[in-house]
Write a protein that binds this ligand. Structure first.
Ligand SMILES: [Mg+2]
Length: 431
């Protein structure tokens, strides 16, 4: 971002798109301060786009009364925060925080149960717009993706940077939510960049500044460096990326195994991973990380239930079924446990996924503390053969019928409920 003397740094206004000559702080055409300037602005082609506080933004869009209020999207008393809007974040609310803690921090928050149907729909609209920019869109989740825009200049009559700024404007205008854009020469730094100025950000990290930019940052900035590895590095006296930059790749690999190579390369801004189209889904799963570790079976069960419902819902929406249920857990000391069970018939039902999940869970709850639980299905197939009536277990058939009836009601009336922080937890059970 440092202007270079004697040459004009390319730049434009993100509001009116006017090209900027010189170094003025406001746009020469419209007076907006939202300018982007960078020496490599028109050479960089790899972007990471991330919607800002996505679920909360969608709810605020649909209910203008929420605009100035702290809004938390989350799963009830036992649940955790999925998304907090920026106002709630000022009060200290964070994603994955248990709801009761979030409401301690921000009792006036409006809590809204997630309406995944709606978010998926809006996420698809955003993705469709991305695909109009380039065919090379690699989604990372419902609301973020990498885009490779090299070679699109002729199509858009604009360099990627301007195409991206136009895109951000168009999303605001036509969809009514905001995005942040990171533009760089590699995935790692594009993703770091999109996070620098949120919300409504547009950040550029060029080749020339990469090493210097990264040096003072904590090692956790590097993709794949979680709490455990950060603690190991810290114990070895390594806190910043700059320290990694002084260490040899072979040395890092000897000390930390295969991740050592990543540490060496990413710390120096070397990342050759290309943007590619995702493979079609091989599994459908949902997982959650706890704010505080959980060991008790009876505390894990309701979480497993709601995760099973999410998985089931996604299967039903995508018109697929799964033959094998997978339970995934991560212990407090970061060991992963995966348990599978093949079903007699493929399923789409939350009830079957959940019941298989708790059978697997029972064997794992031996006092071990867990930090993460997830459930999913693999061996995906067409749902035609899924969930035949169970002639032996009539109860199961009845529950399946009840679930189908519930799905129909949800389709018809929607499943959104709004609760405020004050009424929350007043003996209401969360399903
Ligand atoms: Mg996001």
């Amino acid at each position: 971002m440092t202007p270079t003397p004697n040459t004009t740094t390319p730049g434009f206004c993100r509001d009116c798109l006017a090209e900027q000559k010189g170094e003025a702080r406001r746009c020469m055409a419209c007076g907006s301060p939202r300018l982007v300037r960078h020496k490599e602005l028109y050479d960089l082609t790899l972007a990471h786009i991330d919607c800002d506080a996505f679920y909360a933004a969608v709810e605020k869009r649909d209910n203008p009364e929420l605009a100035d209020k702290p809004v938390i999207i989350g799963g009830g008393k036992r649940g955790v925060v999925s998304t907090a809007c920026y106002i709630a974040r000022i009060h200290g609310v964070r994603s994955a925080m248990p709801m009761f803690k979030a409401l301690e921090a921000c009792p006036q928050a409006v809590v809204i149960r997630p309406d995944m149907d709606k978010y998926v729909k809006v996420g698809r609209e955003v993705r469709t717009m991305m695909q109009e920019l380039t065919p090379l869109v690699q989604p990372l989740s419902i609301d973020e993706a990498f885009l490779e825009l090299g070679g699109t200049q002729r199509l858009h009559h604009d360099p990627p940077a301007r195409t991206l700024a136009k895109f951000a404007r168009r999303v605001e205008k036509e969809i009514g939510i905001t995005v942040s854009v990171g533009l760089s020469y590699c995935k790692f730094l594009a993703k770091v960049a999109s996070d620098l100025q949120k919300p409504r950000g547009f950040s550029v990290i060029g080749r020339e500044e990469a090493v210097e930019f990264l040096a003072p940052r904590p090692v956790t900035t590097i993709w794949g460096v979680g709490k455990a590895l950060a603690a190991t590095l810290e114990a070895d006296g390594v806190r910043t990326i700059g320290q990694l930059q002084t260490m040899e790749e072979t040395d890092l690999m000897r000390r930390y195994g295969s991740i050592g190579q990543r540490l060496a390369r990413l710390s120096r801004g070397i990342d050759d991973r290309e943007v590619h189209l995702n493979d079609p889904a091989k599994s459908v799963s949902s997982e959650t990380t706890f704010f505080d570790d959980i060991s008790r079976y009876d505390e894990l069960v309701p979480i497993l239930r709601s995760l099973s419902e999410k998985v089931s819902w996604r299967l039903k929406k995508s018109g697929i079924a799964g033959n094998t249920v997978v339970l995934k857990m991560k212990t407090a000391d970061f060991r992963s446990r995966t348990r599978n069970r093949k079903l007699e018939d493929p399923t789409q039902l939350a009830d079957r996924i959940f019941r298989t999940g708790i059978e697997l869970l029972q064997k794992e709850t031996d006092g071990t503390k867990f930090r993460l639980i997830g459930i999913g299905v693999t061996d995906l197939c067409d749902p035609a053969r899924a969930d035949p009536p169970d002639l032996i277990d009539q109860q199961s058939t009845r529950r399946a019928a009840a679930e189908t009836a519930m799905d129909k009601l949800r389709e018809k009336f929607g499943k959104k409920t709004v609760e405020t922080g004050y009424t929350f937890g007043s003996g209401k059970r969360d399903g």
